[in-house]
Design a protein around this ligand. Structure first.
Ligand SMILES: Cc1cc2nc3c(=O)[nH]c(=O)nc-3n(C[C@H](O)[C@H](O)[C@H](O)COP(=O)(O)O)c2cc1C
Length: 218
């Protein structure tokens, strides 16, 4: 169980994936490092969120502020067969999903936007209806009200009418629905290649320069 307050992750604790234990973030003189809110909800493929956090650790230009829903914690245990703490250790700052007083639940806390990766149909519905009953949906709601970029990596198939209507609603409200649909123009050879491609597509939405996947050139 995570504590009820935000936990700046100790750099010593980073490296759960075997990557570098140190992380140096860069900002212009007198400027704060931009913060990207990362939500993970309880859909299949928590690997998508874990890979995104790993990729983010390779990029020094922004901080990750992570909140795992209760469902995400369950899917991490069941599908990744890992302790959610291992995923949390990849982020710069971690919040408890129950902590509605967290910094990211207020529009006065500056962020560059939010990605929910993966995004369950329940969290999609919560965002579409403004039903902010946990910190993932509250932070997404705040992101929309502040007119900041919100990217939802929705994971379900096939889709029913309710899912599609909710996708329409969040799109009209300003969010980007980015389903983790694999592409093959980058000649993936491994599952990691497919996961990194989706991470790169998300980073592109925030204008974050990355060479996470091989881009198409004719
Ligand atoms: C192993 C597992 C896989 C799941 N996969 C999906 C999925 O791919 N998409 C989805 O919308 N819900 C999926 N669910 C159901 C959600 O976890 C459930 O609706 C949950 O209440 C979502 O809550 P959250 O959005 O707050 O995390 C899955 C549940 C489990 C246990």
């Amino acid at each position: 169980m995570t504590p009820a307050t935000a936990q700046p992750n100790d750099a010593e604790n980073h490296g759960a994936s075997g990557k570098s234990a140190t992380r140096t973030l860069t900002a212009g003189a007198g400027e704060e490092v931009p913060r990207l809110v990362v939500g993970m909800s309880g859909s299949s493929a928590p690997q998508l969120g874990m890979t995104f956090l790993e990729v983010a650790r390779e990029l020094p230009s922004f901080e990750t502020h992570l909140v795992l829903s209760e469902g995400a914690r369950r899917s991490i245990e069941l599908e990744l067969r890992r302790d959610p703490l291992e995923v949390e250790k990849l982020a710069d700052v971690v919040y408890d999903w129950r902590d509605m007083a967290a910094a990211i639940s207020s529009g006065s806390f500056p962020t560059m936007g939010m990605v929910v990766i993966p995004c369950s149909m329940r969290t999609l519905a919560a965002v579409a209806t403004g039903n902010s009953d946990n910190l993932v949906s509250r932070a997404a709601d705040v992101t929309l009200k502040e007119r900041r970029p919100l990217v939802l990596v929705t994971r379900e198939t096939p889709l029913n009418y309710v899912h599609i209507k909710n996708m329409e609603t969040v799109t009209l409200a300003g969010a980007t629905v980015l389903p983790p649909v694999p592409a093959f123009y980058h000649y993936p050879e491994t599952i990691e290649d497919l996961l990194r491609h989706i991470s790169g597509k998300v980073l592109d939405q925030f204008g974050i320069k990355n060479s996470t996947f091989r881009r198409w050139t004719s």
